[in-house]
Write a protein that binds this ligand. Structure first.
Ligand code: B1M
Length: 210
């Protein structure tokens, strides 16, 4: 698709307005919000990620790309949420301490809301107390943690260990996700589930809550 190719280029170049326009055009063409998210936006960010890894793009450029992506996501958010689904349960989600990546976490939050879950978004760089205190105060069913760095993913274990220490581990389901994680890591740190992507997070939450 020519427009999707163009959007990959625009995302790469951090062109927020063009990305917003592209999203609107795809909506007019009756693409589903989910397909727009996964195919044009996440697809474009994967290209950015590869060139970031390879030293072709640097932090300032990637920040612009992230900002453009968020512009597109903001248009899709109300559409993903407008499902009128019955309330399913409550998720407290945040990116762990030391980590400021929030696009994947935002996507999970968005899709969970779309599926009828109540979502409390803690944002980025969260110490263990943020998860525990908020989950308690909000009466959450699920605690979700996101990490995008190999250096920050071990912090997820600190959160779970602290829950065990406080005798509250079994009060919540703990879901973890983020690009550097895998199934094995999730098991090793004692999470209830590792979620490969936002759609899997929704499916898993439904399984656990139903
Ligand atoms: Co960063 N960064 N970054 N970065 N960045 C990565 C993660 C990296 C893989 C790039 C690379 O080298 N290829 C690399 C990590 C290497 C590693 O640890 N193995 C990296 C690095 C090194 C860094 C810095 C250290 C760079 C530097 O300063 N030298 C720095 C660290 C800052 C910090 O956090 N302390 C840094 C900074 C940044 C920016 C600020 C510039 C920007 C973030 C902007 C923002 O988020 N607002 C950024 C970006 C954008 C990326 C890449 C390019 C894209 C991440 C992204 O948004 N992907 C990324 C490369 C890559 O991942 N390919 C990279 C799209 C998103 C939809 O996918 O987040 O994987 P993802 O989420 C998915 C799933 O993982 C899952 O569902 C989501 C949707 O399907 N999921 C969950 C995620 N969280 C979940 C939680 C759940 C469930 C599922 O809970 C239940």
């Amino acid at each position: 698709d020519e427009l999707v190719q163009q959007m990959y280029d625009d995302l790469y170049d951090g062109m927020k307005e063009e990305i917003e326009e592209g999203v609107n055009i795809l909506l007019e063409r009756k693409w589903t919000p989910y397909d727009i998210l996964t195919q044009s936006l996440v697809g474009g960010m994967t290209i950015v990620g590869n060139d970031f890894r390879d030293g072709i793009l640097f932090v300032p450029e990637v920040l612009l790309a992230a900002n453009a992506m968020k512009g597109g996501m903001n248009i899709l958010k109300p559409l993903l949420i407008e499902t009128g689904a019955p309330r399913m349960g409550k998720l407290v989600i945040g990116t762990v301490k030391g980590d400021i990546h929030d696009i994947g976490k935002n996507l999970v939050a968005m899709m969970m809301e779309g599926a009828g879950f109540e979502v409390v978004d803690l944002g980025i760089n969260n110490p263990v107390e943020n998860y525990i205190d908020t989950a308690k105060a909000e009466g959450a069913d699920i605690i979700g943690m996101s990490a995008l760095l190999t250096t920050t993913m071990p912090y997820m274990k600190i959160v779970i260990d602290t829950m065990v220490e406080h005798g509250i581990r079994d009060d919540y389901f703990v879901f973890v996700g983020g690009a550097p994680l895998n199934e094995e890591f999730g098991k090793a740190i004692g999470a209830d589930a590792y979620c490969r992507d936002a759609a899997v997070a929704v499916e898993t939450a439904k399984e656990f809550i139903a």
